[in-house]
Design a protein around this ligand. Structure first.
Ligand code: BGC
Length: 799
């Protein structure tokens, strides 16, 4: 630069400045032209051109500065990064750009129920940036409809793309091990086959827009308690068959762009530092081709993370950068290792919309996506109970709506699973719009009450803060009496909110609070005395106790947390506009204590564990997965425990007949096809979810009495119409993980296939033989527990 300056020093005035700037510009341009550019030069040349500092930048994100987090709580990142304007304000993270090599910064955003970004942008008062709040994951899984979930994914991904985001941090796919799991609403099911297939459909839908997903949290992150320091101790068999299998299915069927490792340790090693999990299993055994990133601030040792195959450390801290630079210098982190991680970051960049220069409008098709959200919600809600055909409501009936959440619908959960949406349709609005007459004295009383109660709530300080509970309004007996006379039906909505950072509690959360019980009791007595019906709507993100109060309800609709269009979707189902066809993808137990491992959930702080440095850090803790593979219905059915509502249960306004179950062969060779015809035998058009369970012969390993292997949903069948469904079974579908042999093995013997309307409602059976044992896949000891996990033994009859 100084030579240039002297050479042209004689020139003066405006003209000389112009020439100088042009020359400087050319010099910069030619330096850029000399440097290889991503996408034009082979990756090898890019790697050769990157300095070690630049490589480390690529594997460490640009930090995280969420609104509402007190300064100093989160580990610091490079202050210079903070000054670089965010492409999408409110997104969860971004990667570093290396401009001289044509490498742009990528933007990553939550989350499972809708694109989570800031709805208002500083300096831009002209418009808003709302995203659609789709129904939560647990609701989507209750559809048992991979086409529907694909459609949700397509709409969802179009918003990811419209906002200029590269990777969506979803879907969450941990197993519902226990109803109290604080993030269960972000996850699909207690069963890995449902989880894996629904997740694959979602990923394929989102990624059809040319944007990425991140299946999370890999793996065994089934509770929030001390989540960053929780050591989950699990047997190899339970890992393979329950906790990893859903991820395996999603990788096989959708090959997502990225995987997010979890916060916890599995059998003594942080998942983000586990080479066995991220490389030996995920990449080498399952064939995953994409990138692995950490959960935000997850793990402890950045060098171990890169070596394990965790390529990107999110959101990125200065300490990580320094540790990696020091390790690169000392040789502890080899150039080959760093290059392998950087290569996967660059491969992700290469397919990203930002790199490809896709234009984006920040104007997603909100009305069209809202329609998808509504359809998905209505088609996935589960009708748990419908005594004497209390539902559907007759057109134009007069209704009285009780319960806070009739007026304030809970669209979704809190934390990173939350969505900044433009509106939420309440159940009151939905029912009114659908032509029902909603009692105004009651609705006015609730509106006033809720306004006053909300005014007392201090503003939320941090993003993890749970939504404060507003007690139910006391009901005046005379008003209630008068209302019971004036209207036709009572609707009582019960709501629950949960979210990241904490698990739920049994008292007053899994079970009803005293104020809720009193409300339900009063309403039921007043209405039933006059022979009028009471319908309960459950607006919950997770399982609640129902056995003690369900007799007070004529009908119970499990609406889950149905997204911003929830009120319309509830009205669609209550009115019969949509015939409910959702089924439970997670068991509703009679009592909390019926869940195995219920007393010990969510684990305990280790003796002598240091006090947490701050509330986010947590304390070293552990929990033992002593129920092994007996999670959810596998436990209830095998141990003959009666649930309140079984896995797979869900009623319809019509009835279905199951024709005979036909198998393509009486012995399994390569694969076998099961077919059956389902007929709508009722008076209303409807859809039926058919579940295929298999009972295995007695063999070396104990097995659940039956396990879900496949499922399918009919299209909308008019009364009298039938549809033939077919399912494919392979030896791999039947295999169990034999730890001693480190192999997936299918025993020889007689297998019984069951076509069922729920896990306890088997309609048709057929049998086939497996001639000799098949070793479906050979593996090796991976992720073995530090000490053998003592697991409960199933009753001898089922062994
Ligand atoms: C959550 C992730 C989320 C990330 C970024 C973490 O606290 O566990 O699920 O994607 O934050 O917001």
């Amino acid at each position: 630069m100084s030579n240039l300056y002297h050479a042209y020093g004689r020139l003066s005035g405006k003209f000389s400045m112009v020439v100088l700037l042009a020359l400087l510009g050319n010099q910069a341009a030619s330096a850029q032209a000399l440097a290889p550019q991503l996408g034009k030069a082979p990756l090898k040349e890019i790697l050769a051109a990157l300095t070690t500092e630049e490589k480390v930048k690529l594997v460490v994100g640009m930090g995280f500065y969420p609104a509402g987090f007190p300064e100093g709580i989160l580990p610091p990142s490079d202050p210079a990064d903070r000054k670089v304007p965010e492409k999408v304000p409110g997104a969860a993270g971004r990667t570093h750009a290396i401009a001289r090599l044509g490498i742009p910064s990528l933007t990553l955003s939550d989350g499972p129920a809708g694109v989570r970004i800031a709805p208002i942008r500083g300096g831009d008062s002209t418009r808003t940036y709302y995203a659609t709040a789709f129904p939560v994951a647990t609701l989507l899984a209750s559809s048992w409809d991979t086409e529907l979930v694909y459609k949700v994914g397509v709409a969802f991904g179009s918003e990811v793309r419209a906002f200029g985001i590269d990777v969506l941090l979803a879907p969450g796919m941990n197993i519902h091990r226990n109803p109290l799991g604080g993030r269960n609403f972000e996850y699909y099911s207690e069963d890995p086959v449902v989880t894996g297939n629904i997740a694959a459909a979602f990923v394929n839908g989102v990624e059809s827009n040319g944007v990425g997903t991140s299946i999370k949290h890999f793996a065994v992150n089934n509770q929030e308690f001390n989540r960053m320091k929780m050591n989950s101790q699990v047997s190899e068999r339970a890992l393979r068959e329950i906790y990893l299998k859903g991820f395996q299915i999603a990788v096989r069927k959708a090959q997502p762009w990225t995987v997010m490792s979890s916060y916890n340790l599995v059998n003594g090693t942080y998942t983000s530092q586990s080479h066995e999990l991220l490389t030996a299993l995920l990449r080498q055994e399952w064939g995953f081709k994409g990138l692995v990133m950490t959960d935000w601030y997850g793990g402890q040792n950045p060098v171990a993370q890169l070596k394990a195959g965790n390529d990107l450390l999110m959101p990125g801290t200065t300490a990580q950068t320094q540790a990696l630079l020091a390790a690169a210098k000392s040789g502890q982190l080899t150039p080959a290792q760093l290059d392998a991680n950087v290569t996967r970051v660059l491969e992700l960049v290469l397919k990203s919309p930002t790199f490809l220069g896709n234009s984006y409008t920040s104007r997603p098709a909100l009305p069209a996506d809202a329609a998808v959200a509504r359809q998905a919600a209505a088609e996935s809600m589960v009708l748990l109970r419908n005594e004497a055909l209390a539902l559907p409501l007759a057109a134009g009936q007069k209704l009285a709506l009780f319960g806070n959440t009739s007026y304030n619908l809970i669209a979704g959960g809190t934390g990173s699973g939350d969505v900044n949406r433009a509106y939420t349709i309440s159940i009151e609005q939905g029912l009114s719009k659908a032509g029902f007459s909603v009692s105004s004295p009651i609705s006015q009383a609730y509106t006033q009450y809720l306004r006053a109660e909300k005014a007392k709530i201090p503003p939320k300080k941090t993003f993890f803060e749970p939504v404060p509970v507003i007690a139910e309004m006391g009901l005046d007996a005379a008003t209630l009496q008068q209302q019971a006379q004036a209207v036709d039906v009572a609707i009582v909505t019960l709501g629950r909110s949960a979210g990241e950072g904490g698990d739920r509690k049994v008292t007053d959360d899994f079970t009803l609070r005293a104020d809720e019980k009193a409300m339900l009791q009063q309403v039921a007595t007043a209405f039933h005395t006059l022979g009028k019906k009471v319908v309960v709507v459950l607006n919950v993100g997770g399982v609640v106790e129902t056995a003690s109060w369900r007799n007070q309800a004529d009908a119970i609709l499990l609406a889950w947390q149905p997204g911003q269009e929830g009120g319309h979707a509830v009205a669609d189902v209550l009115s019969g506009q949509t015939n409910p066809s959702g089924k439970l993808a997670t068991t509703f137990p009679m009592a909390y204590t019926d869940i195995p491992y219920s007393q010990d959930f969510p684990g305990k702080v280790k003796a002598g564990a240091a006090a947490p440095a701050n509330s986010l850090g947590g304390q070293e803790s552990e929990n033992t997965y002593s129920e092994g593979i007996y999670v959810g219905y596998r436990y209830f059915n095998t141990f003959q425990k009666q649930p309140a509502y079984a896995f797979g249960h869900g009623l319809s306004y019509t009835t279905f007949a199951y024709g005979p179950l036909k198998l393509s062969a009486s012995a399994l060779n390569d694969k076998l096809t099961a077919t059956l015809t389902v007929t709508n035998t009722g008076k209303t058009a409807g859809r039926e979810v058919v579940q295929l369970y298999v009972s295995a012969p007695k063999g070396k390993l104990a097995k659940p009495v039956s396990e879900l292997k496949a499922f399918a949903k009919t299209s909308l069948l008019a009364p009298g119409k039938a549809q033939t469904l077919s399912f494919t079974l392979t030896a791999a579908d039947l295999a169990s993980y034999d730890t001693a042999a480190s192999a997936w093995v299918t025993d020889a013997g007689t297998y019984t296939v069951q076509a069922a309307a729920s896990s306890v409602d088997v309609k048709q059976r057929a049998t086939f033989q497996v001639g000799k044992p098949v070793v479906v896949a050979k593996s090796r000891h991976l992720l073995a527990p530090q000490a053998p996990v003592t697991e409960m033994a199933p009753p001898t009859a089922s062994k």
